[in-house]
Design a protein around this ligand. Structure first.
Ligand code: MLT
Length: 410
């Protein structure tokens, strides 16, 4: 008899974004003339930068010729991409990360889930609340939790609330934890972590032999020089942190797929037999077995993001979305909405008006404004009463969205 992974039965009905898509499709079918504007899922809308397109075209031509054709590449990624990542994202900023500590992949969502392959099943795991749902759901799938309660909180996970009341800074856990997920700039709240906050977490991890999973997928949106872009800017982080980064949002790769994970060589964990084990080696072993590397063409495109033109063009893309974020923030504040984030991140996080629940406000915006956002409660119980709008859209749609938002709450 075939058995399934019954942990999947513990998951809430749908992953957040497909659930939103389902509701929007139902609305659109019932209201075919409504032109719905989507500021829900953080999916980019602008074309790839020309330098990246040119590099991918060139790579396709290489694949069309016997003498330049590429078959399987290195599972860890090509040197032509790992080296510029190490140089531009780390070393030029004085951060100690070498090319062979970078593992190129097809997405940070996959990496944050897959990393659980190399970790044990009895770790005490802390997540912020609200949180990017992938961290929670992948731990549920791996059998690291019990069932969810009526608020959607899974037994066995330690939830660290991040709300306006604590300035969106998670308190250190009251009980010792082994694994901590941190995402900065934060998805969903759009808030950032100061150097002091990150130092506090790194010190905690060192004192408690914990591992920090640091998701830095939105680091390119930081404009404030005082805010760290990498966990490895923090003293001691190389011994306790894995960092996840992505080309999805800064280079427009949500549909292209390329990301990378940094596993420093200092990162050692004690096995039950007492031996020190390198997570770098384990992750290398895992990737070499279960992954054949991101495609050559895509990696060529990603590498072009580091050329002088590529860097200028990706910066323009980021500035474009951040202008949207500023318009959203200012437009909503002008009508009395309390707004967080949106300054160093492409998400604005707002208090729902009139104390509406997150999903009730979702329905109001959709039905009256034909506008889609993401209910804060979809990211966790402490997100109730909040709502997220993404800055990833055309300027025209963002301006229209602001007017529709105002009209819908009138
Ligand atoms: C989001 O909207 O939270 C993101 O697009 C999700 C993701 O990057 O997977």
């Amino acid at each position: 008899m075939v058995r399934i992974n019954e942990n999947y039965l513990k998951l809430k009905a749908g992953y957040l974004f497909p659930e939103i898509a389902r509701r929007v499709t139902a609305f659109s079918e019932a209201n075919p003339s409504a032109k719905v504007i989507k500021l829900g899922i953080g999916d980019v809308t602008e074309p790839l930068p020309p330098a990246i397109v040119a590099a991918m075209h060139e790579a396709v031509d290489q694949m069309a010729n016997t003498s330049t054709f590429h078959g399987y590449g290195p599972e860890q990624g090509y040197g032509f991409l790992r080296e510029p990542i190490a140089e531009h994202d780390y070393q030029s900023r004085g951060i100690n990360v070498s090319a062979d500590e970078i593992f190129v992949s097809d997405g940070s969502k996959c990496d944050t889930g897959n990393i659980l392959d190399i970790l044990g099943t009895d770790n005490r795991i802390a997540v912020t609340d609200p949180v990017y749902p992938v961290y929670v759901d992948t731990n549920v799938m791996a059998g690291h939790t019990g069932d969810a309660d009526e608020h959607g909180r899974y037994a066995g996970l330690i939830y660290l609330p991040v709300t306006a009341e604590n300035g969106f800074v998670p308190e250190l856990p009251a009980e010792p934890v082994d694994i901590i997920y941190l995402c900065y700039p934060n998805n969903p709240t759009g808030t950032v972590a100061t150097r002091e906050t990150l130092q506090k977490w790194v010190d905690y991890a060192r004192a408690n032999n914990s591992l920090i999973m640091f998701d830095a997928a939105y680091e390119a949106f930081i404009s404030d020089d005082a805010i760290p872009r990498s966990i490895y800017e923090i003293d001691g982080a190389r011994e306790v942190a894995i960092e996840f980064r992505s080309f999805s949002k800064n280079a427009g790769f949500t549909g292209v797929r390329c990301a990378f994970t940094v596993v420093p060589k200092e990162l050692q964990v004690t096995a039950s037999c007492g031996t020190q084990v390198s997570l770098h080696q384990l992750w290398n072993r895992r990737q070499s077995t279960k992954f054949n590397g991101a495609s050559f063409i895509i990696q060529k495109g990603a590498a072009a993001a580091y050329s002088p033109e590529g860097r200028r063009q990706t910066k323009q893309l980021i500035d474009f979305y951040m202008t949207n974020a500023r318009s959203l923030k200012e437009g909503l504040e002008a009508v009395g909405i309390t707004v967080y984030g949106g300054e160093n991140a492409p998400y604005v996080w707002l208090r729902t008006p009139n104390n509406l629940s997150s999903w009730d406000f979702f329905d109001v915006l959709l039905s009256k404004g034909h506008l889609v956002g993401t209910p804060g409660s979809g990211f966790g119980a402490s997100g109730e009463g909040y709502f997220r709008l993404s800055a990833f859209n055309s300027r025209e749609n963002v301006e229209t969205a602001i007017e529709r938002f105002k009209a819908a709450i009138d």
